[in-house]
Structures are given as structure tokens and as C-alpha cells.
Design a protein around this ligand. Sequence first.
Ligand code: NAI
Ligand code: MG
Length: 490
Amino acid sequence: MTTETAPAETRLFIGGAFVDADGGTTLDTINPATGEVLAQVAHASPDDVAAAVAAARSAQPAWAELPISDRARILRRTAELIESNAGRLAALESADAGKPITDCRAQIGGTAEWFDFFADVSAHLRSHVVPTFPNHLNYTLRQPIGVVATITPWNYPMPLYGIKLPAALAVGNAVVLKPAEQTPLTALALADLMREAGLPDGVLNVVPGLGETTGAALVEADIDMISFTGSTEVGRKIASRAGERLVKVTLELGGKSPSIVFADSDLDRAADGALFTFCVHQGQLCSAGTRLLVEESVREDFVGRLVERAEALRIGDPMAADTQLGAVMSDEQMVRIERYVASGIEQGANPLTGASRAEVAGLEGGLFYRPTIFEGVDTRMTIAQEEIFGPVLSVLPFTDDAQAVELANDVLYGLAAGIWTNDLRRAHRFAAAVDAGLVYVNTMNLLAPWSPYSGWKQSGLGVEGGIEQASSFTKLKTVWVNLGEDVPRL
Ligand code: NAI
Ligand code: MG
């Protein structure tokens, strides 16, 4: 372990202080590129979770009463501190999550942008005066929900804190964050920076721990809303509990997104984009384009370009600046990828490249997997339907636009879709026809804090990003004022 990747904090963050877990229990967090234990992190018990929620509950009213400009200053200062600590945060994230350091650095910069964008978003959540009856004033107010529980996965730790925390905090909520058990380190580092930025005690609390214990306790706690990102399976469980309790919930879940390549597109650009979307972060992203729909007339040519590119990717030490593919998150994740690849072969698909682990000299204990491209895939095969969360692509040929749309929509998920074409009419027709919350034309996987998105079908509920997300962290209140003499009478 280098000094850069030695975490400054491994304890829970509750009520503005770092504290040991109740009973002193810890969980190991592992560097997936080496297999070594990176740190032992406090494991929050249900009592710790209750303490964190109580701290949030008592801090929230004063936070909500601060002038917007005071809350904005703290969030902007956080953005600056994220930037000035970017090197340290990127190294920590790379070691904890196994992803290339260059990607991490870029993502830390992106995280700061989310804090910047949402800083004063409350000022832009306009209320409305609603025309009703003569001599009556009717207007709406947007008020904070209260205590928001955020539960996040391991694939994009810092970016997801950026996506969830500033929007919730800016509009006056307090937050209890449960980061993924595999990647808790940058959440604690961020809490420390927010304290330095002047965030009042208790407004943000961080409780690392397992999903079934710490996460489940948070879902049952005295909270007003849950903002979850992770698997569809756990999202469904959380939403059903939230439904019983009538606690508001937003979900950003899995995906099985299509990349659709038409013969009229710029095939080299499309090949770069199609490679990026299924390989970035080893395919461990919800919006990965893992179904490649390619027009039959260019299939052989296009797939050839893709295989060539996949085989040229540099798989290696995530800490090396020229590494393009780092490690897979965990043994569990590796076993899952291998199981899916085996099922593809069993069901008759043909791997053109990959389908095996990669060895990285000097990192023999690391978890590396080769980008894998399957041909001869039927849309009903398991590899074409389920989220693998690894660098595994299914190629599905089509012959006309109608079949492309049909194949694009023939999955349970509906997060993203990419279309590669130079035909403007086709691009817009397709954008309207596809069942996905995010459509990309001649690009893939872009996000910006001010651009809202939402998962369709089994990919989620609610919206992230933009003023729409900030609004979703508020409750609507309607005020009726009688300006005249008449009152309702029996
Ligand atoms: P997961 O959904 O189990 O974990 C996500 C978060 O939920 C973690 O913080 C976890 O501790 C928490 N959690 C788990 N069970 C919980 C419960 N009962 N109550 C409250 N919180 C709970 O995802 P996991 O196990 O890490 O990955 C499994 C698969 O899920 C992946 O292979 C991938 O297919 C999918 N996934 C999708 C993600 C996305 O961004 N859409 C992110 C992570 C995983
Ligand atoms: Mg799980």
C-alpha cells in the first residue's frame, strides 16, 4: 500500500464526528487488482444506523432554515476541496474499486461539477401562483422531504455521491449515506472534506456496512425518502418495503442497453463507441451497451473492427497511467461473469474473442477479464437478456429499421440506447420509438449534472440529474389564502 492509497478515515461518520462501530466490528475492503486487504472499515450496526438517522433528524431543520446562499457556499466549497484533493481521492478510488487511475481522476472532476451545479439549485425551484377562484390566492411551496437515506453500489462510488448528495442537501434535506461494502473509502474521505467545507454536524452521516444488515436497517429507520442505486433485485426489495411504509423511493437499477449500428454510420467511430460502452470500467456500469445490434450488410466488417479494437486494449495495473481496463470488482463478480460466458457457450453462442481471464504480470492475485464478443446470439439467450456486469457483448444482426427497434426493446430493462447513423430522420424516429430513458445518437454514456435522466421498465423509478432531481427531493405544499369575505359554510 502506498501512502496515497492509505485511507485517512475508516470509521463511521455520525453527527459530525468519526466514531468506531458499536462493538468495534469491522469489514475488510479489498484491492481487486492485488487481492490484498486495503483497510478494515467500521461496520455500522443497526444501533449505529439509528444514531446516524437521529443525528440527521435533529440537524435537518436548522440546515433547511439557512439562507440558500449559505448552503450553496458549503456545497461549492466542497466542489473546490474535491478538486484540490483529486489526486488523493482518485488513488483511493482506484485502489478500492480496481478501476484505471485516469478514469478515476476524470470522474472525481465530474463529481465536483455535480456539487457545483446543485449548490444553489433551490433558488431555481420556482413556486407557482395557481389561478383558482376570485378573491383567492393559491400558491405552491417546495419544502425539503427531511431525512434522505442514500444507498449506493461499488461501480462508481464518487460519481454516485455526486449524483445523490448535493441535490438532496441543496434543497435542505439531511442525508444518511450507506456506501457499498466493497468501496467505502472515498465516502468517508468525502465526509471529511464536507466537514472541512463547513457542513454542520449531522447534515451528512456515513454508515458503511453490508446490505442485508446495515442497508436493511437504514431502510427500516426513521427516514423520509430512499434514493437507491444498485441491482434490480435489491431495488425491488427496497421499493416494496418503502411501499409498505409509504416512504418515497427513487431507484436507478440495472440495464441491458442496445448499441445499434446502421450501415450508413461512420463505422470506425461507431466501433470506438461500441467498444467503449461495453468495456469501460470492465463493463460494470448500468448503462453499458452490451447488446450490439448491427445491420447485416456490414456485420462482418463491423464486428471485425470491434474484435481488433478489443484485442488491442491494454489490461493492466489500474494505477498505471496508460491502463485502459483494470480489475473486476470481486471474486463474486468474476464468478458471475464466468458463469454467464459459460451459459452463452452452452446455449450455442460463439465467442470471437476473450472468454477468459487475463494475466497481468506482477499482479497475479488480481481479477482481470478479457473483453468478450459473442456472435451467433439469439435474443432469447441468457447472455442477451440479463445484466452481466462484465465486458461481455452479444452481437445481434438486423435487416431493417423495424427489426432494429423490435430487438432494441426486447429486454426487461430500459436504461439507455445508442444509435449510430448519419440519417437524421432515422435517428429521431428511433429516439422516439425506443423504450429507454436515455438515448444517444452517435455517442454513448454521457451525463451532465444539469441533464435529467430516468430508467424505464426494470431500470428504475424517478429521475436523477437536473432541476427535476432537486425537485424530487422536496415535498409539494399548496397554500390557499382567502382575500375576501366569503368562507365555506354549511
Ligand atoms: P446490490 O444491489 O446488492 O448492492 C447495491 C447497494 O445496496 C450496496 O450498498 C448494498 O450493500 C446495498 N444492499 C444490498 N442488499 C440490501 C438490502 N437488502 N437492503 C438495503 N440495502 C442493500 O448489488 P451488488 O450485489 O453489489 O451487485 C450485484 C449485481 O447487481 C451486479 O452484478 C450488477 O448486475 C447489479 N448492479 C447494478 C448496478 C447499477 O448501477 N445499476 C450497480 C451495482 C450492481
Ligand atoms: Mg448484493
